[in-house]
Ligand binder design. Structure first.
Ligand code: COA
Length: 333
C-alpha cells in the first residue's frame, strides 16, 4: 500500500502596498542605500499601513492559496501559523485568521520558530497528514516587523533588514509517491537564544514592560549580526544536505532552492557551499527584505507564478533564524 503524505495544492502571498526604499530609511537614521545594498542586497521593503493586522495579511495570502488550489476555506481541516510578531500577546494570530476565514472548530496552532516558522509548519502539517489526522492543512507565515523596529541610528543594523508580509500554502493528503513532501527536518540550539531576540515585553519581568525598559530600547529586537551570519551559512547547507542525503540525492539534483531571505550574502554563500548555479536559487530579498516566517512562502508563491516550479521538479526550502532554529524541506513538486 502506498503511504500517505502531503502535496502542495496551492500557494499564495500578500505584501502591503507601501514600498519603503533604502533612501527613505536614510532620511530617519544614519545609513545609506550603498551600505544596505552592499551588505544585504536589500533595495526596498513593504510596511503595513495603520490598522492592517497580521491576521488580515494572512487571510489575503490564504485566500490566494485556496483559490490557487480550487478550494474554499471550508475545505481546511487545520491551520498552522508561524510568526514572531503576533497581533496580540495572546491568543495567537491563528484564531484571528480562522475567524477571518469564516471558520470555526478547526484547530489553530501558532508556531514560534521565528524565521524557521514556515519550515517548522510544514513539518507539523506533513506529520498530521501522514498520521491520517487531517487531510487538508493551511500553513501560513506572517510578519509585521515595521511596528517593532528601532528606526533611530541605534537600531539601524536591524531596521534596514526587515519587512512585512504574509505567505501561505495548502497541503493535502496524497498517495502519489512521485509527488509531495519527501522529507522535512527541523532543529534548534537554544544556547544562542539571546544572539537574536526581543527581550521585552516579557512575562519574566514584573510589570512585563515599563517606561525605563522602553527608554533603554529593550523592547526592540537586537542581534549580533556576525554570529548570526556565521551560524546561518553553516546550518543552512547542513540542513539541505541532510534532507537530500535521506533521499539518496545530491545538491545537483535540486531544481530550485528557496532559502530563507535573511540577507543576499547569506544566500549566496549557501549557494556556493552547495555548488548550485544562479538559476537554481530563488532570491527576492531586494524587494521585500527579511519578512521572517513569511519569506519562504512568499518566495515559493512567487516562484510558482514565475514558472520556476513545475510538476516533477525537486524543490528544497531551507530556513535559519532566531533561537537558533533551522530546518529544510525537500519536495517533489
Ligand atoms: N547602515 C550603516 N552602517 C551600519 C548599519 C546600517 N544600517 N548597520 C550597522 N552599521 C555599521 C556598524 O555600526 C559598524 O560601524 P563601526 O565599524 O563604526 O562600528 C559597521 O557598520 C559594520 O558593522 P557590522 O555589524 O560589523 O557589519 P557586518 O558586516 O557584520 O554587517 C549585517 C551587518 C547585519 C548586514 C550582517 O552582520 C548580517 O547580515 N548578519 C546576519 C543578519 C541576519 O540575517 N539576521 C536575520 C537572520 S534570520
Amino acid at each position: 500500500m502506498l503511504s500517505t503524505h502531503s502535496r502542495f495544492v496551492g500557494t499564495g502571498y500578500y505584501v502591503p502596498e507601501r514600498i519603503v526604499t533604502n533612501h527613505e530609511l536614510s532620511e530617519v537614521m544614519d545609513t545609506s542605500d550603498e551600505w544596505i545594498v552592499e551588505r544585504t542586497g536589500i533595495r526596498q521593503r513593504r510596511w503595513v499601513p495603520e490598522g492592517m493586522t497580521g491576521a488580515e495579511m494572512a487571510r489575503r495570502a490564504s485566500m490566494m492559496a485556496l483559490t490557487d488550489g480550487d478550494l474554499v476555506p471550508a475545505d481546511i481541516d487545520a491551520i498552522v501559523l508561524g510568526t514572531l510578531s503576533p497581533d496580540h500577546f495572546f491568543p495567537g494570530t491563528g484564531v484571528f485568521l480562522q475567524r477571518a476565514l469564516g471558520l470555526e472548530g478547526v484547530p489553530c496552532l501558532d508556531l514560534r520558530a521565528q524565521c524557521s516558522g514556515f519550515v517548522y509548519g510544514l513539518s507539523v502539517a506533513d506529520a498530521w497528514i501522514r498520521s491520517g489526522q487531517y487531510e487538508t492543512v493551511l500553513v501560513v507565515g506572517v510578519e509585521i516587523q515595521s511596528t517593532g523596529l528601532d528606526m533611530s541610528t541605534r537600531g539601524r543594523d536591524m531596521a534596514v533588514l526587515f519587512g512585512d508580509g504574509a505567505g501561505a500554502a495548502v497541503l493535502q493528503a496524497t498517495q502519489n509517491e512521485n509527488q509531495g513532501i519527501l522529507t522535512t527536518r527541523i532543529h534548534a540550539d537554544g544556547r544562542h537564544a539571546e544572539i537574536l531576540w526581543a527581550e521585552a515585553a516579557s512575562s519574566s519581568h514584573h510589570p512585563r514592560i515599563d517606561a525605563k525598559m522602553i527608554e533603554e530600547g529593550r523592547h526592540f529586537p537586537t542581534m549580533e549580526g556576525k554570529e548570526v551570519f556565521r551560524h546561518a551559512v553553516t546550518r543552512m547547507p547542513e540542513a539541505v544536505l541532510e534532507v537530500l542525503g535521506e533521499n539518496g540525492l545530491e545538491p545537483d539534483d535540486i531544481d530550485l532552492l528557496i532559502p530563507h531571505q535573511a540577507n543576499l550574502r547569506i544566500s549566496q554563500m549557501v549557494q556556493r557551499r552547495l555548488g548550485l548555479s544562479d538559476e537554481k536559487v530563488f532570491n527576492n530579498i531586494e524587494k521585500y527584505g527579511n519578512t521572517t516566517a513569511a519569506t519562504i512562502p512568499i518566495a515559493l508563491a512567487e516562484a510558482v507564478r514565475e514558472g520556476l516550479v513545475n510538476r516533477g521538479d525537486l524543490v528544497c526550502m531551507v530556513a535559519f533564524g532566531s533561537g537558533f532554529t533551522w530546518g529544510a524541506s525537500l519536495v517533489r513538486w
